[in-house]
Design a protein around this ligand. Structure first.
Ligand code: FE2
Ligand code: FE2
Length: 381
């Protein structure tokens, strides 16, 4: 970010400037010839209409365009209607913005003011709003491909949170095709903030991809409660955010469907539906997204590994819809699974895959009649 007196500016790509409509933000250039000094000059006023010829002229004359930081929200919102740019370019800008807001949350360490939290949450909301614009019609596999095309950073929590936000939006859409914008926004916000409580945990522990000591694991397990407390302690009030819902996602995303999770051993429908969606998004991202420190599972294997957690860790019905949406022919390694205590929120050097019992050709949650084998009739009682 470049500083100029009271304002800061961020650079934007020529291909992502809104054309032929009222521009909602001012455009600037850096007119300084000194690398160490910057002088930002407005070259195009908002509320005017920029056309492609104007943009061409700018491209020939200037090296880089900038927007003032306090107009980032307007810039992000305009991305949804920019034509001719690839979604991956838009998603890269949205991701960079989301990272900036997540950084401001996580860099503050253990204490932070209402103001910082408020601003960061507002920024996260703006990012998710643009995310919804770009990916709302994406299938889960399309989200997966998009994630693969975006560059990754080596701070697990940022990339992971953004990916979980995108998957959660996509899963909700698969589950409920007529989901409204607000619901999609909440799914994205839940995903983006689900690990918020990690802000209170030593980064040495949260970024450790190796095997954690039992003590460290006990500390990590506190992050759902820490996150919920954080939002309780601060009076966050934003229109268009249902904080009760977000607090439930944060507090319940490590609850297991069969009641063996933490912190409160909730089970089944006691866990909010958005937290159950987030848990699936969380799991899938952890095993399919390439990181510098571990390899990933092919899609079919990932689905197979998750299928083995159905009914124990994850919601069977949501998973069925998830699986159908991914629509893979299951030719995966049917002999592998992940332990029940696998933590998708924690980076891993190696996925702790283990050999499993032979594959059972049915879903754990279906009763015998639904499984269709033998057409078992219920005995008359
Ligand atoms: Fe988590
Ligand atoms: Fe997570």
């Amino acid at each position: 970010m470049k500083e100029n007196k009271d304002y800061s500016y961020f650079s934007i790509s020529f291909g992502l400037v809104l054309l032929d409509k009222e521009l909602p933000y001012d455009l600037y250039i850096n007119s300084s010839t000194h690398a160490s000094r910057e002088k930002f000059v407005k070259i195009f006023k908002k509320e005017n209409i920029l056309n492609s010829e104007d943009l061409h002229t700018f491209k020939d004359k200037y090296y880089q365009l900038y927007v003032r930081e306090d107009e980032r929200e307007l810039y992000l919102k305009s991305l949804g209607v920019v034509e001719g740019a690839a979604d991956v370019e838009k998603a890269a800008v949205i991701k960079d913005s989301a990272i900036q807001y997540l950084e401001s949350l996580f860099d503050e360490g253990h204490e932070f003011s209402n103001e910082v939290l408020d601003e960061a949450i507002q920024g996260c909301r703006d990012s998710v709003e643009s995310m919804v614009d770009v990916i709302q019609d994406y299938s889960i596999l399309e989200v997966q491909n998009l994630i693969a095309d975006l560059s990754f950073h080596d701070f697990y929590t940022y990339d992971h949170s953004i990916n979980v936000a995108m998957y959660s939006i996509s899963i909700l859409k698969a589950l409920k095709p007529d989901a409204g914008r607000f619901e999609l926004l909440m799914a994205g916000m839940g995903g983006l903030l689900h690990d918020l409580g990690k802000v209170k945990i030593d980064t040495r522990i949260i970024n450790n991809p190796g095997k954690l000591s039992e003590d460290d694991f006990q500390v990590i397990k506190k992050h759902p409660e820490y996150g919920r407390e954080l939002l309780n302690e601060h009076q966050c009030s934003h229109d268009e955010i249902n904080f009760d819902l977000i607090k439930r996602v944060i507090g319940e995303h490590h609850e297991n469907f069969n009641g063996t999770g933490y912190p409160n051993r909730l089970k089944g429908k006691e866990i909010s539906v958005l937290a159950r969606i987030t848990a699936i998004a969380d799991f899938y991202d952890a095993i399919t997204t390439k990181r510098s420190y571990h390899e990933v599972l092919p899609t079919a294997d990932a689905i197979e590994v998750m299928a083995r957690s159905v009914g124990r860790k994850i919601d069977p019905k949501i998973f069925e819809i998830f699986r159908k949406n991914v629509n893979v022919v299951l030719e995966g390694k049917s002999h592998i699974e992940l332990p029940d205590d696998f933590d998708p929120c924690q980076p891993k050097n190696i996925l702790p895959l283990q050999k499993s019992a032979p594959k059972i050709q049915r879903s754990d949650f279906l009763d015998k009649e639904e499984q269709g084998f033998g057409k078992v009739k219920k005995k008359a009682s």
